[in-house]
Write a protein that binds this ligand. Structure first.
Ligand code: F6R
Length: 586
């Protein structure tokens, strides 16, 4: 989603803001802008493109002043244009805002404001915030009351930072993340700690319905009713500052290559929480597991492995669907919410629904300071470090690592996992990417790929298809192998590639039969297996292991294939078009 940032301090604001925006660019990256205050005047520069491109074009860093705001955009309302890029000034130019989220009633507000003579230059929902602030400030003459009045008029989910021409800053949080970084004689306002971690590790996580006013070198936090809120400073893990590519060409590649290590660390710092989770599950009547995208695919795996190895039934629910069938969750159940960011609006909404039904919330989350973590009764940390590449890679395998650990606890010793062995398998696959690079060249111009898996491997097929879609823009679909003859076989011809996930376990011979049926229709077969077969046009070897741990070995080559095919297609694997890392709007 969009990232917002504000700076108030003793240093020149614009270069600090540009640096912060670069670090947070993974959240949204179609346009960028900065506004600063200097001598009681607001200067503003913005444009479409990545931070580096726009900075090279308009020299964002050159804006003068020690107070400023900045934004990278992920378009929701209005196309990707210079005019729609943030910051947005109010009609008078005396206020500028940056916004993350969605204002549901922006059209009504805009109509009213236009009737009163306020002007709009963009198609965004965000611009109404700037003009509402101007109108309310003209009426009430003080910033606190202005904010209270403005938030009472806004509907939707939002966080925004507003800068006033006299150098005051205000920032509001309503269901979208907003964090204050507290430095020495300086303050940062940001959607993500990455926006300021280089300067300070003292952070205040604003609660929902809170806002902050920074003025005269002081900060005041208030709630939407105007009451003062106690300030609580949290130390942020410096680990999250470590968001550099190092020697890798892309974050995505770095994160794929980290997995032999991150799998060992999955859940490691929160083993007590895993224990507690197992205990909750043991005594629960109903267990649901939810997530979005890749995290939902982990939820599908949770269902498979909990039922297979621990004889426990759990029901996976796509987070964004729960609002349409809230009764599918019984009161007093357990909801396991899986989310890398802990900020996905759909997941938070699902949690909210479950909480209204008095459910216990267990979260499996990478960012322990996220909104999801703070809403949960038990928090299990993935512990895989910052994931910057938009496509989830190491967070997926860490989620599986944690699910394995939970199943281990629940299986009365019948299910054990050798994490060292999994780590070695990952290393082995990663050691030799050359064959995968060759296959990437061969798939680059095709329009359809199907990925087949059966049993516990079917959710991996779905995850594989998601990676291929996101990174290569090739249409990809995960199909349960046995369903082939019930329809998808009609799609098979010589223009199609099919990936067969085929470890040598109970699914092996049926999958081989499916592969032969497909091959007979002319499609090219990529077999992912520990066993070679003449049916494969390409064989990607994975080490022999046991049934459950194959899951992790299977996804690694497909992550790599997606990455290398993206390079072949000359798309940016870290920033796939139209996507954003942390989807904080519904
Ligand atoms: C896929 C991907 C997305 C996320 C989804 C949920 O590669 O990155 O599908 O998995 O947006 O994000 P989190 O896990 O942060 O809730």
């Amino acid at each position: 989603m969009c990232s917002i940032i504000g700076y108030y301090g003793k240093e020149t604001a614009a270069p600090i803001i540009v640096k912060g925006l670069k670090r947070m660019e993974y959240r949204g990256y179609d346009s960028v802008g900065v506004a600063t205050e200097s001598n009681n005047q607001i200067g503003l520069k913005k444009g479409i493109g990545k931070v580096e491109e726009v900075n090279a074009k308009v020299h964002l860093e050159g804006l003068p002043g020690k107070i400023g705001i900045g934004h990278t955009r992920w378009a929701t309302h209005g196309k990707v244009t210079d005019a729609n890029a943030h910051p947005h000034p109010s009609t008078s130019g005396k206020i500028a805002i940056v916004h993350n989220g969605i204002i549901d009633n922006f059209q009504e507000l805009k109509n009213d404001l236009e009737k009163e003579g306020y002007q709009f230059k963009s198609d965004t929902d965000s611009e109404v915030i700037a003009n509402l602030l101007q109108r309310n400030l003209e009426n009430v003459k003080n910033i606190k009351e202005t904010i209270i009045k403005t938030v009472s008029e806004l509907k939707g989910h939002y966080s925004f930072v507003a800068m006033f021409e006299n150098g005051q800053l205000a920032a509001v949080r309503f269901h979208e993340p907003l964090i204050i970084g507290v430095g020495k004689n300086e303050f940062f306002l940001s959607s993500d700690v990455l926006g300021f971690i280089e300067y300070t590790d003292d952070a205040i996580y604003l609660d929902n319905r809170n806002f902050v006013i920074i003025d005269d070198d002081k900060m005041q936090i208030l709630d939407f009713e105007g009451n003062s809120v106690k300030i609580e400073i949290t130390k942020v893990s410096k680990e999250f500052a470590d968001a550099y590519k190092g020697d890798y060409a892309h974050f995505t590649l770095k994160e794929i290559y980290e997995q032999n290590e991150t799998i060992l660390r999955s859940g490691e710092k929160t083993l007590d929480a895993i224990e507690k989770t197992a205990d909750y599950i043991k005594h629960a009547k109903n267990i649901f597991v939810t997530g979005s995208g890749t995290s939902y695919n982990s939820a599908l795996i949770a269902k498979q492995i909990l039922s297979k190895y621990a004889k426990i039934k759990v029901e996976p629910i796509i987070s964004s669907e729960l609002q349409f069938s809230p009764d599918s969750i019984e009161p007093n159940s357990i909801l396991i919410a899986i989310s890398q960011s802990g900020e996905s609006a759909d997941v938070l909404e699902a949690v909210n629904i479950a909480k209204q039904k008095n459910c216990k919330i267990i979260s499996i989350v990478n960012l322990l300071t996220s909104s999801l973590a703070r809403e949960s009764d038990v928090v299990i940390g993935m512990n895989c470090g910052p994931e910057i590449g938009v496509a989830a890679t190491k967070s997926f395998t860490s989620q599986l690592g944690i699910l394995y650990r939970i199943v281990e606890k629940l299986s009365n010793g019948s299910f054990t996992v050798d994490f060292k062995e999994i780590s070695n398998s990952i290393s082995k696959i990663l050691e030799n990417p050359y064959k995968i690079q060759q296959i990437a060249k061969d798939i680059k111009d095709i329009s359809d790929i199907y990925v087949l898996g059966r049993g516990i491997h079917y959710p991996v097929a779905i995850e594989a298809a998601l990676k291929l879609k996101e990174l290569t823009y090739i249409h990809a679909e995960g199909i349960p192998g046995g369903e082939l003859k019930h329809g998808p076989l009609a799609l098979m011809d010589s223009n199609v590639f099919v990936i067969i996930i085929n470890p040598n376990d109970a699914t092996y011979s049926d999958m081989l039969t499916s592969a032969r049926e497909i091959k007979a229709r002319g499609a090219k077969i990529i077999g992912i297996s520990d066993q070679e077969s003449d049916v494969y046009d390409y064989w990607i070897e994975i080490p022999k292991t046991n049934e459950s741990t194959y899951l992790i070995s299977e996804i690694i080559p497909i992550q790599l294939l997606s990455y290398y095919a993206a390079l072949e297609k000359e798309t940016d694997p870290d920033y796939p078009r139209n996507l954003a890392k942390s989807v904080t709007v519904k």
